[in-house]
Design a protein around this ligand. Structure first.
Ligand code: AGP
Length: 610
């Protein structure tokens, strides 16, 4: 939610800041702005809409200025408009701020400041920060930013600059991301590494409550009371090209095609010489794994669907009782959590506010918390007792694809590992499934290189004018159907429902009429025959069946109106291949409708608000 970048150095910063915003656009894209310290004042520019609009007016900023902050917004308080776009300034025009997150008590702060004579020019919660700094300023931007922080409730990261301290950016974080980029004679502050990856790979991740003073010479990090705190610099090995489209028409299409590599990377070095899954960093020794009596998986959106796959695998292979919970619900219930509970939090970003809150709740209740995440240094990794990293690489498309597949793989690996440790699968069975997993990247690569995208496009464009889709699955294919439906909703905006196929007759079947398109995930499985009975029920109502099926299944081909074949795999591994045609289907439906696939309306990649 919202992207921030700040630069202090010797170079003119306008274009550096804009390039940084481009790399953060996935975090929000309803308005944007830049503020640069220049000749005793600020140059300020705002625009509504995505960054193309800001780019069009960028020359208005002119040349000059080597210190600045910039922001790309995902609206929470106040609709997208020039007035509500960041950076915000105070009454005197001497302070400018950008903020990511939410100031929960902004209304009372605003009323207080208004009563003191402050004038507000936006509807945002963020603007109070500029006025609080103005009120507190006595010659030190750092101290004024801290004074503001002490009055604010919520979760946020903000950066401030001051006309009277032209070589300084002050940043403070509370439960939302901040990363510093260090270089020779210039330094960066941002919401995420891609913002400055083209300039430096040396990074520091400040912690909550850290106050950061960034100058061209370096960064000083203290706690709120001014005591220096040591935060180690790290060098990231991220590939800058990951943030480019590499010839694909969109990031989403590129990321779908990167899935074989992401899976291979996630598996890499996690299979022992005797062919069994070997995981470290979980913070659980073999005895602790054997003592787990309850597993609770918490996650949101796509990550929740990966959690559902994890439930089936943990139950079947490791015989562990598992609940999967939408994090935003879990956190406001009174869940029963025992000390022998393992809470697995799945979050590609590691920054989703609801998932972090659910993790905290589980931890306070005594559970061991394991984070499954794609982002090194993210908040989830700091708050968990153990971490299992997916290695999908940077995902820019707002609709998750390769991060989902690697989450599914991580949950399958974890389930095999636990099953092995708890003795519920024999070593031979573990080896057989592990070998199956090792084949998936190559299988998927062949499938994609064999023209899968073009074949799915041929089907998808026939259905791009549909008014409604129903997605059905059973058992391991149910999470796939749910995820396929979420992809369709997110990027094509076509209302889509997903159901357990056996549940359809209890209500959703009433939606079907002649020609209604129904997507069925019907790969080989123990419940295949049951699922086919449901397909017949759909056909009997005149609906059109688009089936994802195991290749070579002739009877399914004859039964379905359209067939999207995928390579045969063991049913427990099938989600790793069956989701891909549904990702492509959603992609091409959206494309043929003319939608902006990488930046769907109303969404943001990282959801750091409740
Ligand atoms: C996926 O396509 C969505 N953009 C969304 O549902 C996402 O999975 C959800 O917000 C959770 O994000 P996280 O994995 O970063 O926690």
């Amino acid at each position: 939610m919202c992207g921030i970048i700040g630069y202090v150095g010797d170079r003119e910063c306008r274009d550096i800041l804009f390039r940084g915003l481009r790399k953060l656009e996935y975090r929000g894209y309803d308005s944007a702005g830049i503020s640069i310290v220049h000749e005793g004042g600020f140059k300020l520019l705002h625009s509504v809409g995505n960054l193309d609009n800001l780019e069009a007016v960028l020359p208005e900023l002119g040349d000059g200025g080597t210190v600045g902050i910039a922001h790309t917004r995902w609206a929470t308080h106040g609709r997208p408009s020039n007035e509500n776009a960041h950076p915000h300034t105070d009454c005197t025009g001497k302070f400018a701020i950008v903020l990511n997150g939410i100031v929960e008590n902004y209304l009372s702060l605003r009323a207080e400041l208004r009563a003191e004579g402050h004038t507000f020019s936006s509807e945002t919660d963020a603007e109070v920060v500029a006025h609080l700094i103005e009120r507190a300023y006595k010659g030190s931007l750092r101290d004024a930013a801290v004074a503001a922080y002490r009055l604010m409730e919520g979760h946020f990261t903000y950066c401030a600059i001051a006309v009277d301290e032209p070589g300084v950016i002050v940043g403070i974080r509370k439960e939302t991301p901040m990363v510093l980029g260090l270089s020779e004679g210039e330094n960066f502050i941002a919401s995420a590494i891609p913002a400055f990856l083209a300039e430096t790979r040396t990074v520091i991740f400040p912690e909550d409550g850290d106050v950061v003073v960034v100058t061209r010479k370096g960064v000083e990090i203290t706690d709120l009371d001014g005591t220096p705190v040591a935060r180690e610099a790290q060098v990231v090995d991220w590939d800058e090209e990951a943030a480019e489209k590499a010839g694909y028409e969109t990031f989403m299409l590129k990321e779908i095609h990167e899935q074989p590599t992401s899976l291979a990377d996630t598996l890499s070095e996690r299979v022992s010489s005797d062919g069994r899954v070997a995981l470290d960093g979980l913070g659980l020794d073999p005895e602790a794994i054997r003592n787990v009596r309850q597993v609770i998986i918490v996650a949101c959106g796509t990550s929740y669907h990966a959690g559902l796959v994890g439930k089936y695998a943990l139950e079947r292979w490791a015989r562990m009782p598992v609940e999967v919970e939408v994090a935003s619900e879990f956190r406001y219930r009174d869940p029963v959590i025992g000390p022998d509970c393992l809470c697995i939090a799945i979050s590609q970003s590691g920054e989703t506010a609801d998932t972090l809150a659910a993790m905290r709740l589980a931890r306070q209740a005594g559970a061991h918390v394991l984070a499954v995440t794609n982002i090194v240094g993210s908040q989830a990794t700091r708050e968990a007792d153990g971490v299992l990293f997916t290695r999908a690489g940077l995902e820019i498309g707002v609709a998750a694809t390769k991060t989902f597949l690697t989450q599914v793989l991580a949950m399958l690996m974890l389930s095999l590992y636990f099953a092995d440790q708890r003795g519920h699968l024999t070593p031979a069975q573990v080896r057989e499934y592990t070998e199956g997993l090792r084949h998936i990247p190559a299988t998927l690569r062949d499938y994609l290189e064999d023209g899968a995208a073009a074949k799915v496009e041929g089907v998808a464009k026939k259905y791009a004018a549909s008014r409604f889709f129903l997605c059905l699955g059973r058992n391991m294919s149910l999470p796939v159907a749910l995820e396929g439906a979420l992809k369709l909703k997110e990027i094509s905006y076509i209302p889509t429902d997903a159901y357990a196929a056996g549940e359809m007759k209890h209500g959703p079947i009433a939606l079907l009429e002649e020609g209604s398109p129904v997507l069925v995930v019907a790969t080989d499985s123990r419940v295949y025959d049951k699922l086919i009975s449901n397909v017949q029920e759909v056909r009997a109502r005149g609906a059109r069946v688009i089936a994802v099926g195991s290749e070579g299944n002739e009877s399914l081909s004859q039964m379905a109106d359209e067939i999207l074949p995928v390579p045969r795999t063991d049913e427990m591994l099938a989600p790793l291949v069956a989701i891909v045609p549904l990702q492509l289907f959603a992609y091409y439906v959206a494309k043929h409708k003319g939608e902006k696939v990488d930046q769907p309306r109303n969404l943001a990649k990282t959801v750091t608000v409740e």
